[in-house]
Write a protein that binds this ligand. Sequence first.
Ligand code: HEM
Length: 429
Amino acid sequence: MRSTAAANDRTSRKTGIPKLSSMDSSLSLLREGYTFVSTRCDRLGSDAFRTRLMLTPVVCMRGADAAALVYDSGHFDRTKAMPIATLRLLQDEGSVQQLSGEAHRVRKAMFMAVMSPQALERARTDFAEQLRAAVPRWQSEGSVILHDVLRDVLTRSVCAWAGIPLSDREAEARSREFGAMIDHAGSIGPRLLRARRLRNRSEIWARGLIERTRRGEIKAEDGTALAAIAAHVDADGKSLDLAEASVELLNVLRPTVAVGRFIVFGAHALAEHPAWADAFAAGDEEDLEAFVQEVRRAYPFFPVAGARACEAFSWHGHAFQAGDWVLLDLYGTNHDPRLWDSPQEFRPERFRGWQGDPYTLVPQGAGAFDTGHRCPGEWLTIVLMKEAMRFLTRNILYTVPRQDLRINLANMPALPGRGLVIADIRQTT
Ligand code: HEM
């Protein structure tokens, strides 16, 4: 929680942005992963420093002030903000994330419109249904890797929610493709090429869905993502072309499947802090949200968010020029000791009665939903995580066999061990 001391600290910070002495920090970033930015900020006593990554000058920054600057100041956009290979696997060219100003606002409204309370409730029930349907299969296998099996469940449930008809064969293919896009967004070489090949298949499938919806062959209900994207009209008065529409459809489906990673972290937290599992098993609903917020804060997901200055401006004595590249440390901001007491401790209690703050809890970006690049899927993520925690503590019994549950912060994206093995699974209700 943000304290007064933290707020004071934000105004009394040193001006000027120090520069690292090393020529290039790419190898250090790869070696250290999630802690790369904050280790250096701590050492330099500064919330920002200059270095080079892949020989390109960059300003790395962390903290609530930096989050406000990058997300809500209007000085930044996302043009060339991440390596092109990563961009092609994640948001992609032509997506909402690449837009600015009015064009961005109108496209973003399309995403926000499919996140109504009714739509989120449908997402919850679709997910609960698919989770229950999966249990006999998990049971017959004796033990499963939670991360892997959630992919299939989430692919089926997000497609049902988005209004997309899906055969069993398609569910398997899509869940493999979405998984590869998420896992290999930071890869290079053959793994990246394979993920690109799989992404192309998903794109062809998504284009077919848009075409069939526009021809009336698929009757997607109003309010579903498929219906909204197929019918969307951009700020320029034009419908999305097939490439843009398929990219945006994948931008709903792929990250929703990625919520499985947060659910695995939630299961990890339940295993490490069994008192919370007991409370939820006994029906505690009040602390569920605090628990999943703490999982989102404490566990490593997106390490940083990239942006480019779109105009010249000055910040803490540093003159930014148009085109300057910055990386905001999301993980480091979620662990900033000035914003969070004992940030390394897992303490859901800190979120009891939390009023929210757009710049301190930033696992899915910061700032405003409608006018900035904050993730439109945040509420959906929370709804699915809460439902998964209910399911794991109330609908099934399972054991967590001996395994290495350590989370290596040098691996991006991180996971506990191979993705958390659970065994002896039995349905209780
Ligand atoms: C799995 C957990 C998720 C994480 C960790 C995550 C993370 C993020 C982050 C950090 C951003 C900001 C990117 C930036 O600043 O340029 C973002 C944006 C975005 N996310 Fe998510 N996200 C998640 C789930 C979702 C879900 C469920 C959706 C489904 C709708 C979604 C769709 C998007 C889109 C479309 C954007 C671009 C928004 C814009 O540029 O205005 N994400 N996400």
